[in-house]
Write a protein that binds this ligand. Structure first.
Ligand code: GLN
Length: 383
């Protein structure tokens, strides 16, 4: 069997969902909402069920959907992408990242990844024949050392850096100054920056999201991956996209075609409606997520838990050092016990870190008030 598949494990996030389901725990591990998507999308879905389309869209995505995504992107970032040449609609950002890596990397290339990181990046890198090299973010405030980053980026064979912003699992939103450091190094060492910006609209004031591609010199070397999953609460629709300059996109289009042919055409048709939502939709989303974050983190604080305040995303990392036994903390065992005995599932933090960090666990809070409140009631039993 494939040697490559020896070098990464199954997703611990998805594994925790299976454990949560098997013991009936509230699933605060794999991030997805337990509330409905916007009613306008549900209604449009019902219409499209009768009107179609039901056959393949053109491989790179239905023309009206590509145009609508490019228009929405221009509205938020000011960047104009050509809907015929500079976008591919994918099956979620998961496909977007995988086919980007396959299109960019040669065997033996290296890819720089900040740690902690979303698990998929390691598997994507290895499946693309490349080798990940990790740059640690401080587990305290998730800052990075620019010299350590430069040392990694200037290693021979480095082809790209992966940037998840806002960042899963840390909840960090990279500032413009931090992005500038990364961008300047990418230009200096002639690297691509592959972004995962699926949480672009889940940012808590006063933090603000800056698109990497808007930094000077970055439009041509940024490959932006994003998705509709989080912004419109439709993780099961598997709709994402890649925005990049034409020479890069020509390669990506081929890999996309031979990998999946295309994303679901009826869902692309429905999603055009989402792309036409006005600014108030995004303001309400921001308010809703701020409410959920406040409810959950106030609850954790009241219970006396330590955690780092997220600036964006729907994740929070909690410190479980107080549960050490004889000085040892096993975050994997802790999460399994918590799911089985307390009835709340989280993801063991060590699955996100390259370094030996095992005192953190990741919760997500994209849940109805009653789910969050019940989870907090159960977490009281940890004490
Ligand atoms: N990004 C979400 C998480 O980290 C879920 C992604 C997935 O499982 N596809 O939990």
């Amino acid at each position: 069997l494939s040697e490559r598949t020896n070098h990464f494990t199954e997703s611990v996030i998805r594994h925790m969902t299976r454990i949560a389901n098997s013991c009936g725990a509230i699933n605060l591990s794999q991030g997805f909402p337990d509330f409905d998507p916007p009613a306008k999308l549900q209604n449009r879905l019902a219409e499209v069920a009768h009107e179609g389309p039901h056959q393949y869209a053109i491989t790179i995505g239905a023309k009206n959907f590509r145009e609508a995504v490019c228009k929405k992107q221009e509205h938020f970032s000011g960047l104009r992408y050509d809907p015929e040449r500079e976008i591919v609609i994918t099956c979620g950002s998961t496909e977007a990242m995988m086919i980007t890596m396959m299109s960019v990397c040669n065997p033996g290339d290296k890819v720089v990844i900040f740690s902690p990181f979303y698990e998929n990046y390691t598997a994507d890198t290895i499946l693309a024949g490349a080798t990940p090299i990790y740059v640690p973010l401080s587990p305290k405030d998730f800052s990075f050392d620019a010299n350590v980053l430069e040392d990694a980026m200037k290693e021979p064979g480095v082809k790209a850096l992966i940037l998840c912003n806002p960042s899963n699992p840390s909840g960090k939103v990279f500032t413009r100054d931090e992005l500038k450091i990364i961008a300047d190094l990418a230009i200096k060492y002639d690297l691509y920056v592959i972004t995962d910006e699926v949480y672009e609209h889940i940012v808590f004031a006063p933090s603000k999201h800056t698109y990497m591609a808007t930094l000077p010199g970055m439009r041509e070397r940024t490959i932006e991956c994003s998705s509709l999953s989080k912004t419109y609460s439709i993780t099961g629709w598997r709709l994402g996209y890649i925005l990049a300059a034409e020479p890069i996109m020509e390669r990506i289009k081929k890999v996309h075609d031979f990998t999946v042919v295309g994303a679901a055409s009826p869902l692309q048709e429905v999603a055009v409606t989402a792309m036409n939502f006005g600014d108030e939709y995004y303001r309400d989303l921001q308010m809703h997520y701020t409410h959920m974050k406040t409810l959950f983190t106030d609850g954790l604080r009241n219970l006396g838990f330590k955690f780092s305040e997220p600036q964006g995303t729907y994740f929070v990392m909690m410190d479980i050092s107080e549960f050490a036994k004889n000085g040892i903390i096993d975050d994997n065992k802790f999460c399994i016990d918590m799911a089985q005995k307390v009835g709340v599932a989280a993801v063991p933090g060590s699955s996100f870190f390259r370094e030996n960090v095992n005192n953190l666990i990741r919760f997500h809070f994209a849940k109805k008030d009653e789910t969050i409140i019940e989870a907090l009631n159960r977490l009281e039993n940890l004490k």
